[in-house]
Design a protein. Structure first.
Length: 457
């Protein structure tokens, strides 16, 4: 999986300039500097679908596509709906108990936040009146407030103060904007439940699933709303001036879909139901062994080697910064794909995860769900000049590298299950060949070894 909220808020007027000349980096810079251009008859909302746009295909040849062509529903949309429907239906989620459980989780988390705020108020009052409590109480409260407050300010407070959900900035794409806010609120409450009420409800919570589902909805909302984004192999993300490629936006939806599967598969109760019927087993085998063979090809691919390949999309003083950051992301991709993805799914499939480790597994998945989705939102904050480019990219790097907190656990699992570790590592080596045939062959061999033999892993 990749680290790539899909809340891309580039103005249509600005990006339309880029769409007319996708390689014209001067227009990229001018569009990035003006995110509040007035409406005009030629914006994407009023286009009749017959104005041609110039895009670059896989073969490097320029092609002309109208907005009508770019409005067509891609095959990935139907694949996503079928797969998600199969996962939800075959894991027993379509009941009113699911709705009641989700609502109970949300309201309990809100009460927890309310109680925490009241506790901090009482703590400050006690200090003001001279009735001091234990020093560690003040220290813990300060740490929680600083860490959570800083994150919430970056993701919600600063965008709110800049008018992203209020005022003049929020006049377009209201559903997309407020669904993005819904994602951030749900994601925050999911962490509150996970940290404070895991044994009570968090272990079997449906909130991580609705968070991941919200990410998919955001992805397709952005894909259909921002049709004028340029289709380029340079993602436009790993720079401080580049406009995001629509291929990169589309590609990211795939990883949001993978997160929906993870939310089901990391829930013990849902996984047991999924494994008890034929439809569920089909979905399980598809996502455990063949996600990059059967699902991934429905989405476009951007390459990290193309990052920053367009001229003038990076400031000269930040070139080295983005080169190092891109290399760090390459390392993360391999870690995420073969340990956070294949290896942990193999262990779940074989029932090798110890009960005491499930909390760690679910926390890792929740972290990854946020990383995949919020990355796009950070690009929006950079593009809108709400936050500096260097800060947003650094925040993204910090998010993805937080998953390396799993490294001690990974070493333990590798030592406990060396054969399975060797199988996962062999997949990583096959990946380095960049051959789909070799990777597909590895997936088949991995399935036969894991699912069809009695090897003591």
């Amino acid at each position: 999986m990749a680290p790539k909220m899909t809340t891309v808020e580039e103005s249509h007027d600005a990006t339309l300039k880029v769409e007319e000349h996708p390689l014209n980096t001067a227009s990229e810079e001018s569009s990035a500097s003006d995110s509040s251009l007035p409406d005009c008859p030629t914006n994407a909302d009023s286009a009749k679908g017959n104005e041609p746009s110039e895009v670059i295909g896989d073969d490097g040849v320029k092609k002309r596509l109208s907005l009508e062509d770019r409005s067509r529903i891609p095959g990935s949309f139907w694949v996503s709906i079928i797969l998600i429907g199969l996962l939800e239906g075959c894991s027993g989620m379509y009941t009113m108990d699911t709705v009641y459980s989700w609502w109970d989780s949300i309201t309990t988390s809100l009460r927890t936040v309310k109680n925490l705020l009241e506790y901090e108020r009482d703590l400050m009052w006690s200090a003001a009146t001279g009735e001091f409590r234990e020093p560690d109480e003040y220290l813990r409260a300060a740490l929680v407030t600083i860490v959570s407050g800083s994150i919430l300010w970056v993701l919600i407070g600063k965008p709110m103060s800049a008018g992203l959900w209020t005022g003049q900035r929020s006049t377009r794409h209201k559903m997309h904007r407020y669904m993005g806010l819904c994602f951030l609120i749900q994601y925050s409450l999911a962490w509150v439940e996970f940290i404070t009420n895991y044994e009570g409800a968090g272990e079997f919570s449906f909130v991580p699933h609705t968070v991941a589902l919200n990410g998919v909805i955001q992805g397709y909302s952005a894909y259909f709303s921002f049709r004028v984004l340029p289709n380029l192999k340079d993602a436009g993300y790993y720079s401080d001036k580049g406009v995001m490629s629509r291929d990169f936006l589309h590609e990211n939806i795939c990883f949001n879909v993978f997160c929906v599967f993870g939310a089901v598969y990391n829930n013990n109760a849902l996984r047991e139901v999924l494994q008890s019927n034929i439809g569920g087993r089909i979905a399980e085998f598809t996502m455990v062994f063949y996600p990059f063979v059967l699902i991934r090809p429905w989405f476009p691919t951007t390459r990290l080697k193309d990052a920053g390949s367009r001229e003038k999309t990076r400031s000269a003083n930040l070139e080295r910064f983005y080169q190092i950051g891109t290399t760090m992301i390459k390392i993360f991709y391999l870690w995420a794909k073969y340990f956070l993805g294949f290896h942990l799914n193999f262990m779940l499939f074989l029932g090798l995860i110890k009960p005491e480790n499930m909390r760690f597994m679910q926390g890792l998945h929740l972290l990854n769900t946020g990383t995949v989705a919020i990355a796009m939102f950070l690009h929006t904050l950079r593009f809108k000049k709400i936050l500096p480019a260097k800060f947003t990219f650094s925040f993204y790097i910090a998010q993805v590298y937080a998953t390396f907190c799993a490294l001690p656990y990974a070493i333990d699992t590798f030592m406990s299950h060396p054969k399975l570790a060797a199988l996962s590592f062999s997949g990583l080596l096959c990946n380095m060949t960049r051959s789909r045939a070799i990777h597909s062959s590895w997936c088949v061999v991995a399935m036969l070894l894991v699912a069809c033999t009695d090897i003591d892993w």
